[in-house]
Design a protein around this ligand. Structure first.
Ligand code: CU
Length: 186
């Protein structure tokens, strides 16, 4: 009898856990909106590649990055003003996306460029994944939106205070941000 009772309890716990997971999945599906994506190309002689996606989640934008070919360590990561990655050093992407005309700063603060994002942190193989939810970004083509702008990865970490770009060094990858049909997978 003792064994049966234990079995019953265990089964019930598993079922409750499944329901909770399902509800969480449903909740996150309901709150997501338009999506955009950038495919990164190497620049400044690097071998960096990867994809960055942006999705509206409630009042914020969820940024997800999967990058490879980086040197180990932290790398500055920003939305830049121009959707032009054509220059070999990605200088064509211009400066940080900064519609509020603010100083460069930490992505968690309010005095910062809208395009300021967390540093990418690699594993020992030079791969980096990032998932963050950020304010100040919208998936539009307006002056305050990030469609047809670019994502840039830098050789060095962003110190979140040096002006105008956090002293993050060369631009080692660049990709233009474009809208993707909602419902397509990432
Ligand atoms: Cu940058």
């Amino acid at each position: 009898m003792q064994t049966n009772r234990t079995l019953y309890s265990t089964t019930r716990i598993i079922c409750l856990a499944s329901v909770t997971a399902l509800l969480a999945a449903c909740a996150s599906m309901e709150s997501t909106g338009p999506k955009a994506e950038a495919t990164l190309e190497s620049r400044s002689g690097s071998t960096v590649s990867g994809t960055v996606s942006f999705q509206t989640v409630g009042q914020k934008i969820r940024v997800e990055a999967r990058i490879a070919g980086l040197t180990p360590g932290e790398h500055g990561f920003h939305v830049h003003e121009a959707g032009d990655c054509s220059a070999p050093d990605a200088s064509s992407a211009k400066g940080h996306f900064n519609p509020g005309a603010k100083s460069h700063g930490h992505h968690g603060g309010s005095e910062r460029h809208a395009g300021d994002m967390p540093n990418l942190m690699t594993d020992s193989a030079g791969k980096a994944t990032l998932s963050a939810e950020l304010d100040m970004l919208s998936l539009t083509e307006s002056s305050g939106g990030i469609l047809k702008r670019s994502v840039v990865i830098h050789a060095d970490p962003d110190d979140f205070k040096s002006q105008p770009a956090g002293n993050s060094g060369k631009r080692v990858a660049c990709g233009v941000i474009h809208a993707v049909a909602s419902g397509s997978g990432y």
